[in-house]
Design a binder for this molecule. Sequence first.
Ligand code: FAD
Ligand code: NAP
Length: 343
Amino acid sequence: MQIAEHIDLTAFNTLALPARARYYTRAENIADIHAAIVWAQRQGVPLLPLGGGSNVVLRGEFLGLVLHIALHGKTLTPRGDYVEVCVAAGENWHELVQWTLQQGAYGLENLTLIPGTAGAAPIQNIGAYGVELSQFLHAVRGIKIDENRELELSVAQCELGYRDSIFKHALRDNFIVTEIVLHLRAQFIATIDYPALSERLADTAALDAVQIERAVRALRQSKLPDPAQWPNAGSFFKNPIISSAQFSALQKAFPDIPHFFLQGDAEAAQNGVKIPAAWLIDRCAWKGRRLGTVGVHSQQALVLIHYGGGDAAALLALAAQIQRDVEQRFNITLEMEPGIYPR
Ligand code: FAD
Ligand code: NAP
């Protein structure tokens, strides 16, 4: 294991924010991770596992060890009505989706074109177009940092929720994912309840997984800025989930407010109502607005863009202004989705 010092992280985050790591190393196998943990503990510095850098805001210098997760390899084992897929944490998520479809293992087609690594996928239980990782995740293997001990967590133990997991709570900053185990479908079942997707596929005869993957990819490419061209971290805020009482009051003031009852029906309203954050931001006239080096994407108000020459302070100041306006107008607090480092 080689430790580099004072490393520029600009190329390691999709927001292209200027940031540095006091110490940096790449882990290509589990032994590298154990060694990195021992090293960081001896130095008394924190450790930050980094995958593709597509869901982080890096500000200033991280005065610890950035551990780039570069473990590779995947296996696929048919097990009757499902297919078990074990994936090392450093594998690219989008390439994994393509590979599973080529192998005749189904379920991930709605999750195509999500940037980043397989190891980061359980951290926020990635989701898109009506599908979440939680539907296919079987287990997560990794290392608990404080004990430097290998551990397997069942999907139930991962406590996955809406863009949430145990890795953001009880195991926050204390677990490195080394491998995920997926149980995919041996037989294809289409999931096209998501309105934008069902509209696009309405006239498609004999639907298959490849057509869904293509449709999702086309939808994403039509709406989302490519980070290579317009540096961003995807959705900057989570969609807020509010109580049915708060929703009723809001609907009186804003009859056209879009909303989704959790679990899909009005009777489930006591479980909360999801409001698209993009609509709230748009209503506060932020969509397409630019403040110097940073701004809000013109096609999708949930995406903040770094136009270049800016830094995390400028981006977080923009985010704070948006949060303040949404709070004042709707009495809803928007929660940021990306992790901010140093914390
Ligand atoms: P990173 O940004 O490197 O890390 C994210 C967090 O996970 C950090 O806290 C990091 O410390 C931790 N982490 C990373 N790897 C490990 C590991 N091996 N062990 C422990 N902790 C780890 N997300 C969605 O859910 N749905 C979407 O549709 C979606 N679309 C996106 C579109 C764009 C254009 C972009 C830029 C982002 C999008 N995202 C989406 C967010 C992002 O792609 C996902 O959260 C992705 O899983 C992050 O992967 P990463 O490897 O880049 O993680
Ligand atoms: P959209 O279709 O414009 O819809 C806006 C929001 O409404 C979405 O965020 C979605 O919540 C919610 N929604 C729509 N139909 C729903 C339904 N039938 N039931 C429950 N909620 C519903 O969204 P978009 O911005 O173009 O994104 C499309 C998909 O890609 C979404 O699933 C989104 O989460 C995902 N995406 C995520 C990121 C990220 O960084 N996290 C970035 C880009 C896209 P959900 O977000 O819960 O689906």
